[in-house]
Unconditional design. Sequence first.
Length: 145
Amino acid sequence: MKINNVLTVCVGNICRSPVAQALFKQHYPHLEVQSAGIEAPVGKDIHPTMGALLKRNNLELANHRSKIVSKLMMRWADLIIVMESWQRDDLMAIDPTSAGKIFALGHFLKLEIMDPVNHDDAFFEQTCHTIEQCVISWQQLIKPN
């Protein structure tokens, strides 16, 4: 499978999927990467704690605003990454034809990425670290062009 376009998906598109988007772009600069949420409040900025972590780690998401995942986005993507396995079912309800390209970010490490909202700063930091480890684990499938 040739991967050029990656869509990262979480619930609100203000924490996990934007971080995964930024990290996929950092580790695989040849990719086009977008992020979206299953129940995203349209137009919201990244969560302030997550935004501060991204800045501290020299990761940038210029002009990020949350958006809801669409069938069009799913069809654009060669690989769709979810944070928790239950999200795969929600996406398959949107576009059943995308089933074969939807995977959990933690697929290779057997991890789920829990939502850090309503947790302390340490949980946010651990979430970022876990997301990065999971992104790196995709190197066995994602090759530079």
